[in-house]
Design a protein around this ligand. Structure first.
Ligand code: ATP
Ligand code: MG
Length: 586
């Protein structure tokens, strides 16, 4: 099929949209692939839709190759199953909830574990029916707190979600690995640079899970790698390698000091270095010697706010994402003035473990705060700190929490070397859910021995619409988009850059010949100047551009490669077959 630009529903824009910060977003708007409709809501115009459909095709092929069967569930769902799984409330503000005319509660599906589990329970009753792998490519809804970067984080987006059902753990492991490999094939075909990292399972529940992160500066996920061992994890999932506990016997007693106006770690360290503390003879006190207690309140969905204190070494900040992941599904908030007023024992800047524990505040600490470590920390009175407060002797926290920031150079959890960090965009997430949902719905089938067995489940997502932006993000250059052949809206973009009627007719004929050879052709037959057409061709990003220009009279056309910039002359007589051969060779 030939698509003529003179008829194509497309207007390219010369300027970047005012609200766009990320390159892929700017370019997809400027090149007329998508258009905004509301926050996190986008329309797909012809070129964008063609790319989306090609990504879907690659995914369908690779899902079929591992025995996946495609079905399609509604996006509008009744409340009851999500009530049963507890996600009606656990999903929090991200869930779009609505009512029908009778006042019944509904939701717009953010992901579909519940309905898949119920569907399989409804159809199958014997172990003989398994393993089973089902998937859909469907529009999902999430009321994201910060819709961002266009289709990268939308409130309506397309996801491929698959679900595996097995009668035993070995089956689940097989399904998980089959998906892992299918994803590697999909992302390789789409030309995406990515890493596979350990992840936390979050609201989804279940045990083992890994994320596929596309490497990108504009990504919202941070991951760390250990070059020596190959360990890679989302920072949310990094488990701190704690120092060994040290003996408590013989450690000096804790001493409370008047420290003056020292409400920050920096002022406290300055005081400590001027105080001539015998515990630190021969070395400087650093922020790492202090214990910082960060106060917040947390609330499980549907519950009441409760105070929580998180203790971290004073040289580290609490990382919002790690804290959020550690507390999920509970949410947290900083304390306001009213909270401090209601809890007068909280002396801002001087909060210590003793006051927290004495007043029943839940107190979780960084794993580095092992028994036998001594700290400079608040003494719960304005202007006072305690030196030499020993964990396991002077205070015993309620537990540990992985909330402190992970830094470049921190030891890898496997002890093999330092960690280095980079940013990425989540493009896929695979979970071994186990029986969380099949337990919720009592999804049993008859086992080989005649007894019922509970199904075990996996769930596996790919961000299909997000992928359009990810590829644009990784492949674009200064002048526009660049699509790998597998997903390009067209195979070749034929530009008529010659007013001569003969050349126009020739170009149309060439387009027709290329079309007959099975190539998808975009033909720029507009009356615009060659300069405008070249700029548009570069912006739209079809990987091969055929220019029917001045050379036509001399019997040549030009074939340009959008990635390499390479430019070759092709004789008109054999143009169609030569071009098709060049495209096939890549
Ligand atoms: P994120 O951490 O980016 O919010 P998630 O962990 O909530 O993603 P999953 O529930 O694992 O996402 O969903 C599966 C896939 O769907 C993700 O890997 C991602 O590629 C895609 N996805 C999730 N949320 C969005 C969104 N708001 N817009 C576009 N794609 C999304
Ligand atoms: Mg995820």
């Amino acid at each position: 099929m030939i698509t003529r630009m003179s008829e194509l529903f497309l207007r390219t824009l010369r300027d970047d949209p005012a609200d766009a910060e990320v390159p892929s977003h700017k370019l997809l708007i400027r090149a007329g692939y998508v258009r905004p409709v509301g926050p996190g809501l986008y329309s797909w115009l012809p070129l964008g839709l063609r790319v989306l459909r090609k990504i879907e095709r690659v995914i369908r092929e690779e899902m079929a190759a591992i025995g996946g069967q495609e079905i399609l569930l509604p996006a509008l769902l009744p409340r009851a199953p999500y009530e049963t799984s507890n996600r009606w409330s656990e999903y929090g503000d991200n869930l779009f909830r609505l009512k029908d005319r009778r006042g019944n509660d509904y939701l717009l599906g953010p992901t579909h574990e519940e309905i898949f589990a119920l569907t399989v329970k409804g159809e199958y009753s014997s172990y003989k029916d398994f393993p089973l792998r089902l998937y859909q490519i469907q529009t999902k809804y999430r009321d994201e707190a910060r819709p961002r970067a266009g289709i990268l984080r939308g409130r309506e987006f397309v996801m491929k979600d698959s679900y595996s059902f097995d009668v035993d753990d070995a089956g689940l492991k097989d399904a998980y690995h089959a998906h892992r490999e299918a994803y590697q094939k999909i992302f390789a075909r789409l030309g995406v640079r990515y890493v596979i990292v350990s992840a936390v399972s979050g609201a989804m529940g279940g045990s083992a899970s890994e994320e596929f992160l596309a490497e990108s500066e504009v990504g919202e996920d941070t991951f760390v790698r250990c070059v020596e061992s190959g360990y890679a994890a989302n920072v949310e999932a990094v488990i701190t390698r704690p120092p060994a506990a040290t003996p408590i016997d013989g450690l000096p007693d804790a001493v409370v000091h008047e420290t003056g106006n020292t409400p920050t770690i920096a002022t406290l360290v300055e005081w400590a270095n001027g105080a001539g503390l015998p515990e630190f003879e021969g070395r400087d006190v650093t922020a790492a010697d202090t214990l910082k207690n960060v106060l917040m309140k947390v609330r499980v969905p549907g519950g009441e706010w409760e105070l929580l204190a998180v203790g971290v070494p004073g040289d580290r900040e609490v990382d919002d994402k790690r804290l959020g992941a550690a507390l999920e599904p509970a949410e947290y908030a900083l304390l306001d003035d009213a909270d401090f007023a209601a809890n007068p024992f909280l002396q801002k800047g001087y909060i210590g473990p003793k006051g927290l524990l004495a007043n029943g505040v839940r107190y979780l600490v960084d794993p580095r705060i092992v028994d036998g470590t001594a700290w400079i920390t608040g003494a719960d009175e304005k202007g006072k700190h305690v030196v030499g407060l020993v964990a396991g002797r002077d205070f015993t926290p309620d537990g540990t929490i992985e909330a402190a920031e992970v830094r470049d150079g921190d030891p890898s959890p496997d002890g093999m070397g330092p960690l280095v960090s980079a940013r990425g965009i989540e493009i896929g997430h695979i979970f071994q859910l186990g029986r969380k949902y099949t337990d919720a719905f009592s999804a049993d089938v008859l086992g080989e021995n005649g007894k019922p067995v509970r199904l075990t489940m996996g769930s596996y997502g790919v961000g299909v619409s997000r992928m359009v932006a990810v590829i644009a993000e990784q492949q674009h250059d200064d002048i526009g988009l660049r699509w790998p052949s597998e997903v390009s809206p067209f195979d070749a973009h034929v530009v008529i850059a010659n007013k001569d009627e003969d050349a126009r007719t020739g170009a149309t004929g060439l387009a027709r010949d290329l079309d007959r050879l099975g190539l998808e052709i975009l033909l720029d037959d507009r009356k615009s100047s060659p300069g405008v057409k070249f700029k548009d061709a570069e912006l739209l990003g079809v990987p091969w551009i055929v220019v029917v220009g001045r050379g036509w009279g001399d019997g040549v056309v030009e074939l340009r490669n959008r990635f390499t910039g390479e430019n070759r002359e092709i004789p008109v007589d054999s143009a169609a077959t030569d071009i098709a051969a060049a495209l096939a060779a890549g």
